[in-house]
Each structure stands twice: as structure tokens, then as C-alpha cells.
Design a protein around this ligand. Sequence first.
Ligand code: SF4
Length: 334
Amino acid sequence: MPASATSSTSTPGAREHPRPRLGVSSCLLGASVRYNGGHSRDRFLTGLLSGHVDWIPVCPEMEIGLGAPRPAMRLRTDGHIVTKDETADHTAAMSDLADHRIDDLGDLDGYVLKARSPSCGLFNLPRYASGRPGERTDGQPVDRTGRGVFAARIRAALPDLPIEEDGRLNDPVLREHFVERVFAHARLRVFFASDWRPRDLVAFHSRHKMQLLAHTPEGYRETGRIAARAGDRPRADLEDDYRRAFAAALAVRAGRGRHTNALQHLLGFIGDGLDPTRRHDILTAIDSYRRGRAPLSVPIALLRHHAEGEHLRYVADQTYLDPFPDDLVLRHHL
Ligand code: SF4
């Protein structure tokens, strides 16, 4: 892997992480491309996260030839994107652009979209009447179930890709989950791009077992079944199946109960080699996390420390203990 394709942290024992490739609405990185000539620069994206990822910025409205500033637009219930005064309909141009861009964006590991945009918004956009019988005529939204035209095409074409909106990433749980999925996606992308052998997939899967278990036991078992048959099947089929099952498992949000289960499994792997005082410390930390009295980062740090100290490679190598660069400090808030 070229040096520029990875990032690492200063924490002793921390693994080297791949640099995920993330699509992003350009205005979130500070480009002055919004309809009003402004931007929506996001502090987390342009600050902490920028040091660890490669951005692929896209402003769909600029790329279809609209300048900034430009007339504001909105969505209609028939799926069209039009100027507020209904004098221009940009639906066809936007759809064509999305189809073209999906082909040339390359292998992405995630996408961050600008909320509330009729082009980029992913959730709950206001939809306005398109003249259908029974629709309100007072100029107010008919409902708030819309999805931006560009965002909808991206979501449909790349169903397994982690995609989020900027606003939702202010929630610590959603932020950690998105970033975890992005880095896992990047690890799998880099792995499948290598000259891998069936035993390598088994090893890759083995390192991800506790991470998968923390999300969904069913997904943990399903990915395990696929990896176990790695030598029996055409490589392309195997990659497709594992990629889909891996993404689906990690898309399930890990709650406190499942995190606790994964932590207890890891403690079990550390085994009897641990002296009673240290075991008690870890058990106490896991229980404090389970009760909501300590963040996830506390038992994780203890388990990692002891796994490294005791040279317990199976435990120390688990991606669950180190799923993304430490300096993103995402697990201090879970
Ligand atoms: S929300 Fe999307 S279309 Fe609007 S300015 Fe940002 S990148 Fe461009």
C-alpha cells in the first residue's frame, strides 16, 4: 500500500489505518457554491476527519452549469427539482449528472451529503405540490418525505455504501457509527484490491470478528460462513457476497448491550493469564460502561493495553479495539 494511502496515530500499538475515499457535498468543505454564494463549512469534516481521509467533492448544481449565486430550488411530489418560481426544471440534467458521476467517482468508502438540499439532502426534505388532485395549493410543503435528486441516485446505485448527512453527524452515536463503517469499508476495499488468497480472507475475517459481533450476531455468523467457503467458489462471487454481508452487518447500529457482549468475549479470550486484580479492573470497567457510567473508550483502552502487554495477538489484532484513528476521539462520547 503506498504511504499516502494510509494514516496512523501516535498512540503506541495503534494499527495503521487506510485512508478512506469519501464523496462529499462541496459546500461542506467550505466551497462557496451554495445558491446564495455562501458555503456550509463543517468543522468536524474539515477539521479532525480531514487528516485521515481523501475527499472527492461534488456540487451537483454547479456541475450542471448553474452558477453561484443562483435561484433557490425545491423538490416537488413528482420527484422533479425546480426553481422556486417554477420557471426552470433541472431534473433531467441532475439525473444525467448523477449517473455519469457514479461511474467516475471510483471506489468510494462513504459519502457525506448536505442536509436539506433538494439536490444533496438525504432525509425528510419538504416536497411541494406538483398539481396532483387533492394536493394543497397554499405554497406550503405537502409533506417532508423527500430525498434530493442527486442523493437519491447515489443511494440507489450504491446501496451498501455508508452515506450520511452533515447534521446527523453532530450526534456522537451516528458519527461514530458512520466513521467506523467508512474505515471498515476502506479496509475491505484495500484487501480485495490485493492479491489475496482464501486463507487471507479467513485472516481478514478473523480480525473483524468482534467488530461484527458487536453489531449483529447474525451478521457475524453470515460473514463467517462466507469466509469459511473462500476456497470453494469463484473469487468474484465470493467478493460480492462477503462485501454485501460485511456492509449489511456493520450497518446495524451496535447498542450498549452488544458492545458489552463483545467486550466480555474479548475478556474471555484474554483468559486466565490475567492476574485477579487486573481482571477485576476490566470487569469493573465493562460493567461501568454497561450501566452508562463510563464511556466505551475506558474498557476498550484496558483490553487493548492488556492484550498488547500479554502479547495476545488474536485479541490485540481485533479491529474492534482500534476501528479508526484514535485521535478522532469518537468513543469517548459513547
Ligand atoms: S448542497 Fe449540494 S448542490 Fe447545494 S451547494 Fe452544497 S454541494 Fe452544491
